[in-house]
Design a protein around this ligand. Structure first.
Ligand code: KIV
Ligand code: ZN
Length: 522
């Protein structure tokens, strides 16, 4: 039997980035988009261009610079959204797609729009037609499709196809469907909507009941040829279908999915997962399938014994195939710029000479502090460089005194990025706190005039050894709905904490504009 191509549609930068605390800046988004291209996804949904200037710029920069995948921007079925999306994806030329969506379920029609079926139908058709004026590749999504009455869903899909949609995505927006229902819904629509055979059907699942991946797989067994999801399953509420899980399920159980094949380079899965985790500050849970730290760890004696005798006794996938544990000789402080450049290239980073020089300087400083510099350490050094470029505030100096019987005190000096003219200005202050981290963070608050309430604090060693870099991830509430994550790394964990907090403070500058715009509906 001939198998058909299953398109992998990544929405990490749109639906993934939409979840509280996951926002990324332009450079972080570019890094992720480039890595997604190396992973070989077919479509990158790069953002929602009308929502903010930042989203618009990210979509258009990705459309301009990232080669390979189709680049798409999201739009509601309203002209200003569609026009913004059209402008943003234009640099992608023939690889551009506009994705229009509109709520179709009874609850959305009544309470969100106060409109009857025929009015919703008209808006969908107008939206698709307008998008087609700008782009030949148009995706239509009836939002909350899985809770839409089947007869109306079939009718609106048929209307969208005749208006020119080339892909029909039917989302399980609130993660309510069961695998059987979701599969049956596609089977029904594909069999009954006129023109269905001429378009690609797509699944888009949320994980509110933990069924997002199972629902996506059921959709594939019922005729879907595009699956949408995010790396590490990040996204609104409980997140989206985790793409690495969908991909590895389809690959490992080829016998159950003989009708489809993918063009993904699975060796890039681990690298992509780690990059997304670092860029958006969401730590991957240890027992997460495929990419969690314990996914291939066997601690029980019986298992270890079995694995040693024959790997397949307890392992259904080969971890090396997805880029796990492929260890290379670590670099040391004696390694030169050329060796560093080669290793970074091998890891998939594309740096300008200027960035490479900056990373090399950090690498040397780190090499003085620790014996071996591992690949994960290098990732942290590159990320720090990316943050620095977009930082409003940066850490210049930190000194902390703490100990038994001492009042923890921090002295902090920050640099504030220069405006259009002039040199960066320096600000210094000192303060006390309940511990050294608290003292440092409170002092940062005073200097930056931001007040973040710490909601979560996590510390992990980036690589092996007592001299490992400590990576701190924090989540802080800055008020008015601004809950942001930040990351920082250093061999000194107080410094890592201050950097992580400052990283979140820096994100408030981009995000407050975005929230204000979204609230005003502009
Ligand atoms: O979950 C959803 O319905 C969406 C649409 C915009 C496709 O993300
Ligand atoms: Zn979604």
């Amino acid at each position: 039997m001939n198998s058909e191509r299953l398109l992998i549609y990544d929405t990490t930068l749109r639906d993934g980035e939409q979840c509280p605390g996951a926002s990324m800046n332009l450079r972080e988004k570019m890094e992720v988009a480039r890595q997604l291209a190396r992973l070989g996804v077919d479509v990158i949904e790069a953002g929602f261009p009308v929502i903010s200037q930042g989203d618009f710029e990210a979509v258009s920069a990705i459309a301009r610079e990232v080669r390979g995948p189709i680049i798409t921007g999201l739009a509601r079925c309203v002209p200003k959204d569609i026009e913004a999306a059209a402008r943003a994806i234009k640099p992608a030329g023939k690889r551009g797609r506009i994705h229009v969506f509109l709520g179709t379920s009874k609850i959305h029609r009544q309470f969100k729009f106060g409109k009857a079926r025929d009015e919703i139908l008209r808006l969908a058709v107008e939206g698709v037609k307008l998008a087609r004026k700008y782009c030949r590749n148009v995706q239509f999504s009836p939002e909350d499709g899985s809770r839409t009455e089947l007869d109306f869903l079939t009718q609106i899909v048929e209307a969208a196809i005749s208006a020119g949609a080339t892909t029909i995505n039917i989302p399980d927006t609130v993660g309510y469907a069961t695998p059987k229902e979701y599969g049956a819904m596609f089977a029904h629509v594909i069999a009954n909507a006129r023109g269905a055979r001429d378009v690609v059907f797509s699944a888009h699942c949320h994980d509110d009941l933990g069924m997002a991946v199972a629902n996506s797989l059921s959709a594939v067994q019922n005729g879907v040829r595009q699956v949408e999801g995010t790396i590490n399953g990040i996204g609104e509420r409980a997140g989206n279908a985790a793409l690495e899980e969908v991909i590895m399920a389809l690959r490992t159980r080829r016998d159950a999915f003989t009708s489809v094949e993918m063009g993904v380079n699975v060796r890039e899965i681990m690298r992509t997962s780690r990059l997304v985790s670092r860029m958006c500050g969401f730590v991957v849970q240890r027992n997460k399938a495929i990419v969690g730290e314990n996914a291939f760890a066997h601690s029980a004696g019986i298992h270890q014994d079995g694995i040693l005798k024959k790997r397949e006794t307890y392992e259904i996938m080969n971890p090396e195939e997805i880029g796990w544990g492929v260890t290379e000789l670590p670099l040391t402080k004696h390694s030169g710029r050329h060796a560093l450049a080669l290793r970074l290239k091998h890891l998939g980073y594309r740096l300008t000479d200027r960035d490479l020089n900056a990373v090399f300087a950090r690498f040397k400083a780190l090499g003085d502090k620790k014996k071996f510099v591992y690949d994960d350490d290098l990732g942290t050094l590159v990320d720090e460089r990316a943050f620095e470029a977009s930082e409003v505030w940066s850490l210049d100096y930190l000194s902390v005194t703490a100990g038994t019987g001492l009042v923890p005190t921090a002295t902090v000096r920050l640099k504030k990025r220069a405006g259009t003219s002039g040199a960066p200005s320096s600000y210094e202050d000192a303060g006390t706190g309940d511990g050294p981290v608290d003292a440092a963070l409170k002092t940062i608050d005073r200097i930056t005039d931001r007040r973040g309430k710490l909601l979560d604090y996590q510390l992990r060693a980036v690589s092996a050894g007592k001299d490992a870099i400590g990576e701190v991830t924090i989540k802080a509430d800055f008020g008015k709905g601004l809950i942001l994550t930040g990351k920082g790394a250093s061999t000194d964990i107080i410094e890592a904490s201050a950097r992580a907090y400052l990283n979140a403070v820096n994100r408030t500058f981009a995000c407050s504009k975005r929230i204000a715009r979204a609230a005003s509906g502009s």
